[in-house]
Design a protein around this ligand. Sequence first.
Ligand SMILES: [Cu+2]
Length: 158
Amino acid sequence: MSVMTGPDALPGLAPSAGRPGRRRTARPGTLALMLAVVVLGLGLSGCGSDTPAGPPSAAATATPKIENGVQVFDVVGTASLEFSPSALTARPGKIRVNLTVPAGSAPHNFVIPEIPEARTSVTSAGTSQSVTFTIDKPGSYSFLCTIHPNMHGTLTVG
Ligand SMILES: [Cu+2]
């Protein structure tokens, strides 16, 4: 009795075991592809999050060009009442700011209240003015346009 049931059961199991086996070999391949896509996607998004973080901070803080030992910043006082750039970074020493006001803009000036000599007169549209001053003490110096007090920026010396 036990001998008869054994051979009867094996042929029945063999065909059914073979068919799912073929399907299973295909699935690991697609799973591997999907995992690869996910891993690549995570890797790319990881790099992507680093890349956008760099340019904004680099663009937000301007470093000067050096002319005859003077640190020079070209700053625009825009028609939308902003300084561009509004964040400047310098080393202690002589600093020059060239303020340009484009045609069609309201007039602006560039004033660092803490540094008496860091002050242009009012600069009208289509003209520019330069001011040169020295800051030896590291720190964060606010600057503004006295005509538009909401128009301001920061010069970091360090
Ligand atoms: Cu202004």
